[in-house]
Design a protein around this ligand. Structure first.
Ligand SMILES: Cc1cc2nc3c(=O)[nH]c(=O)nc-3n(C[C@H](O)[C@H](O)[C@H](O)COP(=O)(O)OP(=O)(O)OC[C@H]3O[C@@H](n4cnc5c(N)ncnc54)[C@H](O)[C@@H]3O)c2cc1C
Length: 427
């Protein structure tokens, strides 16, 4: 046993990993816990699903991030509860762990808003498993149609994407490119050019809600050029395995409906017994600590963080989570040295979304905007900088360059986790 304070970090996402990094040189013991043994790079999940990137470019081993950090250990375990009064974390399959400081960075989960059939038949895009499930659905559907072209009339080549935010827009664009640049060549006998369609359904009148109108229009026009049918003002009422019903009563035949329409707070937030704000998220003080629990920091998507300078709640973004995580780590290092914690200030680098090969929209903090290739290069630079390891950065940039130059995607073979884990052998 040492006298060094014990810091427990829950979640190895942008927020948790950010906190651990900033405690590298602090005289503390750190335990980081995540249910997965990898960090998930959510912004690129759609590229895993549409065969642009591989699993290891979107998921990074947490243990590897610990290699150069002697004061930290990692446990792959599910957090089942936090006893704030007793300063203990409860874990599945492990003894409870006691902490001196706690960082809660457990993120969010998908929200299907109770739409009937969504939980059973939609394909969400929030985890690596979701992305792989969607990838295999796309490839298996094409193989099924190849064997039985009558499935086309049943809607097998109609792909619906629900949600016109960045996730839906990026996914719809990437999917249209996959179908028209790759699947058309892979399946020369199938009428993909004539029959395959991507339909983007959005409830509000515009795509990319928080962006400026001219960027919304650019996104719509670019998607339409890629062949995506953009249908705004459409509310999904019910989802079945082979069709979706809209609130208008219209029925669209589809075997693949991708859900990119919303997130909700991690359910553990409800069990902490602390004040919860909009959507169940946990409001924090300006130094990111929990009111009445100064030893607990809450950061990332699970928190409500207010930008005190602009008096607005910060959005649930990777950059917000990462900067807040860094700040929580730095504040713990200050507290351990007997110094006061400092308020968090967010450095806004802009918001952005890609729409396809070489096309993106960027809205900068001082109201400037960019579209097209320049915006796409900015998007690429920001996302490459956020990626975890040097190898991931290099291979990802090479793959992006290769995809742009050749329109090819080389990541489309099917070996499912289930095949591997169940011990199925190849025949
Ligand atoms: C499809 C998609 C695209 C996005 N695109 C962008 C983008 O382009 N730009 C951008 O800035 N942001 C984007 N975001 C948002 C960004 O990914 C999130 O804001 C960011 O990941 C939040 O970081 P976090 O650390 O709070 O949570 P997360 O990254 O979600 O990390 C939470 C961690 O907690 C772990 N965890 C959860 N529950 C438990 C438990 N009970 N026990 C143990 N571990 C647990 C999870 O496994 C996970 O590793 C996107 C999000 C999605 C879903």
């Amino acid at each position: 046993m040492t006298a060094e304070p014990h810091i427990i970090v829950l979640g190895a996402g942008f927020a948790g990993a950010g906190a651990v990094r900033k405690l590298k040189d602090a005289p503390v013991r750190i335990t980081i816990i995540d249910q997965n043994d990898y960090h998930t790079f959510q912004p690129l999940l759609y590229q895993l699903a549409t065969n642009e990137l591989d699993t290891t470019q979107v998921g990074f081993p947490v243990r590897e991030t610990m290699h150069r950090q002697d004061n930290a250990v990692f446990h792959q375990a599910k957090v089942t509860g936090v006893d704030l009064a007793g300063k203990q974390v409860h874990l599945d399959g492990m003894e409870p762990l006691a902490y001196d400081y706690l960082v809660v960075g457990l993120g969010a989960v998908v929200n299907t808003f109770g739409v009937p059939g969504a939980d059973d038949h939609a394909f969400p895009l929030y985890t690596i498993r979701d992305a792989l499930r969607l990838k295999y659905q796309l490839l298996q559907t094409l193989e099924a149609v190849d064997k039985d072209p009558s499935l086309i009339d049943d809607g097998a080549l109609t792909f619906c994407v629900v949600g016109g935010g960045p996730t839906g827009v990026e996914t719809a664009g990437a999917l249209a490119e996959f179908l028209h640049f790759v699947a058309e060549e892979d399946y020369p006998n199938l009428p993909i050019k004539e029959k395959a369609q991507v339909i983007l359904l959005e409830a509000s009148p515009h795509l990319l809600g928080p962006f400026k109108p001219k960027l919304q229009k650019y996104a719509r026009k670019t998607l339409e050029k890629l062949g995506v049918s953009v249908r705004t003002g459409q509310i999904v009422a019910e989802i079945a395995p082979t069709h979706v019903t809209l609130k208008s009563g219209e029925v669209i035949k589809t075997h693949t409906l991708i859900w990119g329409a919303g997130i909700q707070v991690n359910p553990l937030a409800h069990s902490l017994g602390v004040e919860q704000g909009k959507g169940g998220r946990i409001p924090v003080e300006d130094d990111l600590r929990l009111k009445d629990h100064p030893e607990v920091f809450v950061v990332g998507d699970i928190a409500i963080i207010t930008d005190t300078k602009k008096d607005r709640q910060l959005p649930q973004l990777g950059s917000v989570a990462q900067q807040a995580g860094h700040h929580a780590g730095e504040n713990i290092a200050r507290l351990v040295q007997g110094k006061p914690a400092e308020p968090f200030e967010y450095r806004d680098k802009g918001t952005m979304a890609t729409i396809g090969r070489g096309a993106a929209v960027v809205e900068m903090p001082e109201h400037g905007t960019m579209t097209g290739h320049a915006a796409w290069l900015a998007w690429m630079a920001v996302h490459a900088a956020l990626l975890s390891g040097g190898e991931e950065k290099t291979t990802t940039i090479v793959d992006w360059g290769w995809n742009v130059a050749t329109k090819k995607r080389g990541k489309r073979i099917m070996v499912t986790d289930e095949d591997v884990l169940s011990g199925d052998t190849e025949e």
